[in-house]
Design a protein around this ligand. Structure first.
Ligand code: LMR
Length: 394
């Protein structure tokens, strides 16, 4: 029977991880997959996570199942982190998921359950796995223009025009902050226009927020999500703890469904529980428990926030160093956008051929669409990258 299966296309980001591993050059630089690295190239376990793990080892008394939606303490802590007091807590249904990808997948499943005809409007470009999951699930996608190849900023008028074509029963997928793959983000007045468009069309927003704390700070990065959630009748929010808690392999995420009242919440919560049960039953708990412990303990929380801020400011300084190095070497300001972008990624806006040349000639790995992971750099590799970019003629 299985001989009928078709070869699946390899995930571009994960393929790159493998190619990097296999490259024997010791000068190689990995700017591919979105994993944070410190100045010595390690992906550290955050201090607060280590401390919480130590505590958990001593105090955990059972590994029995949690609930289908995970530990309610985790939902509370994360709803609070993402939404603050933007909406009443009793309007938010939430379920823990295996990572942010799990939350995205469950969100799409909820959309399909509610309206099998729903179209999902996706930014062009978006995280490739959004497209891959939607395709796998047979959900219709409609790309909306997002990135301006000239300015390397958001093509906002075009975006607004395109999302304006969504209808009630459709979904507009938005990146809450730190747009992946471009690094180009909306400002708050543009977010207000997006909200006005959603209010006009009646389309349901779904927000993917995987990098809270990596852009302008924890609250600033959640501001758009809070604005949207508090301005429309319903929305979905897929949050990830992989990056901001550095617990990638623990698969820790939360899907939230915000509605208008407690009775809609009950229906949403039942659906989230049901979908978890169908797809994987109980969500993983270890990472969620660590996050809950950190967010509900003043001193662990303060230490986590301090370390997250160190990571954020390190990425910002790498952005600035790269932009100024490129300005010096190229004699032009055309790379200034790198310092304006936020989050882990920036899209250089060059061709796949140039990206391949960087890999072949210089051992520099970035995704074929010219997305580079800023956190893969350090102060010694920034000048090497800048020189390579100018040498290949980007
Ligand atoms: C990325 O975009 O590199 C990350 O979100 C990791 C992944 O799963 O693709």
């Amino acid at each position: 029977m299985f001989e009928t299966l078709k070869e699946q296309p390899a995930d571009k980001i994960l393929m790159l991880m493998q190619a990097y591993k296999e490259d024997p050059r010791d000068t190689k630089i990995d700017l591919g997959v979105g994993v944070y690295k410190d100045t010595s190239g390690n992906t550290p376990i955050m201090r607060a996570i280590k401390a919480a793990e130590g505590k958990l080892l001593e105090t955990e008394t059972t590994k029995a199942y949690t609930g289908l939606a995970g530990d309610p303490g985790f939902s509370d802590a994360m709803v609070n982190l993402v939404l603050g007091d933007a909406v009443p807590r009793d309007t938010v249904a939430a379920a823990a998921t295996p990572g942010g990808t799990g939350a995205v997948r469950q969100g799409f499943d909820m959309i399909r359950s509610a309206n099998p005809q729903a179209r999902v409007f996706v930014s062009d470009p978006t995280w490739p796995n959004h497209l891959s999951i939607l395709k796998h699930m047979g959900i219709e996608m409609v790309p909306y223009r997002y990135f301006d190849d000239e300015t390397r900023g958001v093509a906002f008028d075009a975006m607004l025009e395109d999302i304006g074509k969504a209808k009630k029963g459709d979904v507009v997928l938005l990146h809450g902050c730190c747009h992946n793959p471009t690094g180009a983000n909306l400002n708050m007045s543009q977010w207000k226009e997006v909200v006005a468009s959603l209010q006009k069309t009646g389309a349901t927003p779904m927000i993917d927020i995987a990098y809270q704390g990596f852009g302008d700070g924890l609250d600033a990065d959640a501001a758009a999500t809070r604005l949207v959630a508090s301005s429309v009748p319903e929305c979905l929010i897929a949050a990830s703890c992989s990056k901001n808690f550095g617990i990638y392999r623990e698969r820790t995420g939360l899907l939230m469904a915000v509605s208008q009242d407690a009775s809609a919440r009950k229906l949403n919560q039942g659906t989230l529980n049901y979908l978890n049960r169908q797809n994987f039953s109980f969500p993983p708990d270890h990472g969620a428990r660590l996050v809950t412990m950190i967010l509900s303990d003043d001193s662990l929380r303060a230490d986590w926030m301090a370390e997250l801020e160190e990571m954020r400011t390190l990425m910002l300084s790498l952005r600035e160093q790269l932009a100024s190095e490129l300005q010096r070497l190229s004699g032009s300001d055309r790379f200034g956008f790198i310092a304006q972008h936020r989050g882990m990624f920036s899209r250089l806006g060059t061709t796949p051929e140039m990206v391949e040349k960087l890999r072949a000639d210089h051992g520099i790995y970035m995704v074929g669409d010219s997305r580079l992971n800023i956190a893969g750099l350090n102060k010694n590799t920034v000048p090497i990258l800048a020189k390579a970019i100018v040498d290949v003629g980007i």
